[in-house]
Write a new protein. Structure first.
Length: 312
């Protein structure tokens, strides 16, 4: 029973990088049942800020799925929007891993999105292809889906002192589900992509810049001003020109949807394996989702788990 519970949680949380409906945001938090985990602020008609807000660790849960979908849909359809910046207001955490509590069926019962992919990969693919420039401003941990949201965005800027990126999943015997196997080799080359994916280790801002994981690593005191100035500059340009340029860049740079889908299928398989469920169980006992030290040093804790292979 316990193993099935853990597998279900992994499944559900993978979809949970999400945001609130624009209509509800305009009406206020009471317009949406449940907790508001993502906030949208319209800096101007052409420039929005999307702030991830699920303290204390910015962990994903099923209630955030429709929120993100509504935001992605609004980004796609708004006739004036040119640029959107994703950031976090949770100290130490940009966006982290899945919520390992909800049942598997709450995720598997969700219908595919407009691309035909399941909700999480669908939303990430749509963000990449939207006729709007997406930028992430990374301060704190961008782990798992946090990394995958960053990779799906058009530009990534990181705090030199405070940003940490990682695809931690291999440390729990999981395959990442949000497309990093398809995206990372195109950005940083095969060897570095495999280093990120097969070590599950933390990558700081400077190394992320050197590897091509992010566009630039900036002193933390300069990050907000730089990103805001960049977004404001882009927001003044012609929307059709922006959309045309982005579409032409997408062709030679984005992976095809079927590669993203294959990664999701591999995740689905891995999350149901007994060895993965056992390792998630060990991490939960150590304090995953409850203890700040485990969340802040996840790579350390996964590295200490050892092997769950039979006979080892």
């Amino acid at each position: 029973m316990k193993i099935r519970f853990i597998a279900g949680a992994m499944f559900l949380a993978a979809f949970a990088a999400t945001v609130l409906p624009m209509e509800a945001l305009a009406a206020g938090p009471s317009a949406v049942a449940g907790k508001q985990e993502i906030k949208v602020r319209q800096v101007s008609p052409t420039y929005w800020r999307v702030t991830l807000h699920n303290p204390p660790f910015n962990i994903f849960g099923p209630e955030t799925i429709p929120q993100l979908n509504e935001v992605i849909t609004a980004i796609e359809k708004d006739p004036d929007l040119r640029v959107v910046v994703f950031d976090s207001d949770v100290p130490g955490f940009f966006l982290t891993h899945y919520d390992f509590v909800p049942a598997l069926e709450k995720t598997t019962s969700l219908p595919p999105g407009p691309t035909g992919l399941p909700p999480l990969p669908d939303m990430l693919v749509r963000l990449s292809k939207a006729p709007v420039v997406s930028i992430v401003s990374i301060r704190g941990r961008a782990t798992g889906v946090g990394s995958e949201l960053s990779l799906a965005s058009d530009m990534r800027f990181a705090s030199r002192e405070k940003a940490i990126l990682s695809q931690w999943e291999v440390g729990a015997d999981l395959v990442p589900g949000g497309g990093p196997m398809a995206r990372l080799p195109r950005m940083m080359g095969r060897g570095r992509a495999l280093e990120v994916l097969l070590t599950g280790d933390d990558i700081n801002g400077d190394i992320a810049e050197r590897y091509g994981y992010v566009n630039r690593s900036l002193p933390d005191a300069e990050l907000d001003g730089f990103v805001d100035a960049l977004a404001r500059r882009i927001s003044r340009f012609d929307k059709q020109a922006i959309a045309d340029i982005k579409q032409l860049v997408n062709g030679p740079s984005l992976p095809p949807d079927n590669e993203i889908g294959a990664g999701w299928a591999a995740f689905i398989t891995s999350v149901q394996r007994p060895q993965a469920q056992a390792k998630i169980g060990q991490l939960m006992k150590e304090g995953l989702q409850t203890k700040p030290d485990v969340e802040a040093r996840l790579a350390h804790y996964t590295g200490e788990l050892g092997t769950t292979d039979a006979g080892k």
